[in-house]
Ligand binder design. Structure first.
Ligand SMILES: [Zn+2]
Length: 294
């Protein structure tokens, strides 16, 4: 996040699915949103205007799509994908912007859809700053984030609440102890506050590697979202669930192509190309970090 939208590009191949009905049914669009506002706090590129968002939800509702929580999708993937609805879609929201409460949630309710919200716990508006966690405060947006009451209201409205770490770091660059702290701290804080298990994680910037994914398993998550900008398959790794970036560039015709699992719009080609560059940089950085700590 934090204005470096182009980093949301971890991914593999641009997916075009035009095959059999069975093949289409096993592909699930998992959509990644951030801000739903005409006046973005941090990243215009990743924001969606409320009127455009309403059009998208209207399309889903009118088209007979069934929204599921990411946790439900992960659970169905675990048992081979059986039980998926005919036209599944997963809507996810990263970071915990206040406009989820003020704008997205009322629209989701109006159109009878549900979603998953991944909260960066260090950014919660009225959270007490933990002692010694200066980086959380430093990296925290100054305004526009959800309060605890608003997170609780979302949970009470049937929204799945997942974790998006404590301070929103690039997890693949952290030491093992810092990595565990980020993954476990946000999970336990949300669970304590909400009084319910938090089983889902969204990697900040979509970044993960094998070490990060293994840490997520060890901490007790049951699935985790990456970005990847392709449709999810029921055979995918549940700890690198691919999502599709929905942003300001997404128009309704392209949105319709995505959720019908037919074809991805041209902007996803750019996302893919950027991904490859960033992926190489991150792997080089990780190798250097390992070397310097030896
Ligand atoms: Zn984020």
């Amino acid at each position: 996040m934090t204005g470096i939208a182009d980093r949301y590009t971890e991914g593999r191949e641009l997916e075009i699915s035009g095959g059999s009905a069975a093949a289409v049914a096993s592909r699930v669009p998992v959509l990644m949103y951030h801000e739903i506002t005409a006046e973005p706090v941090l990243s215009p590129h990743l924001s969606v205007r409320p009127d455009e968002f309403a059009l998208q939800l209207g399309y889903l509702r009118g088209g007979g799509f069934a929204s599921l929580h990411a946790a439900e999708l992960a659970r169905l993937m675990k048992v081979g994908g059986g039980g998926l609805p005919a036209k599944p879609v997963v809507l996810t929201f990263d970071d915990g912007f206040a406009d989820f409460h003020d704008c997205a949630l009322p629209l989701l309710q109006r159109y009878g859809l549900t979603a998953t919200l991944y909260v960066t716990t260090g950014w919660i508006a009225d959270r007490e700053r933990p002692g010694g966690a200066g980086s959380a405060a430093a990296s925290r947006p100054r305004t526009g984030m959800l309060s605890w009451n608003q997170v609780e209201a979302a949970a009470a409205a049937g929204i799945e609440i997942g974790a998006h770490t404590e301070c929103h770091p690039q997890l693949d660059q952290l030491s093992p102890s810092a990595l565990r702290r980020e993954l476990a701290g946000s999970k336990s804080l949300l669970e304590d506050r909400l009084g319910a298990p938090v089983t889902g994680l969204s990697y900040p910037f979509g970044y993960s590697n094998r070490r990060v994914r293994e840490a997520a398993v060890a901490v007790g998550y049951e699935y985790a979202c990456a970005v990847a900008n392709r449709l999810a398959c029921t055979s995918d790794d549940r700890f690198a669930l691919p999502r599709l970036t929905i942003g300001r560039a997404t128009r309704l015709p392209g949105f319709a192509q995505i959720v019908r699992a037919e074809r991805l719009p041209p902007e996803f080609l750019a996302y893919r190309l950027l991904t490859k560059g960033w992926s190489a940089v991150r792997h080089a950085r990780s190798a250097l970090n390992r070397k310097s700590s030896e």
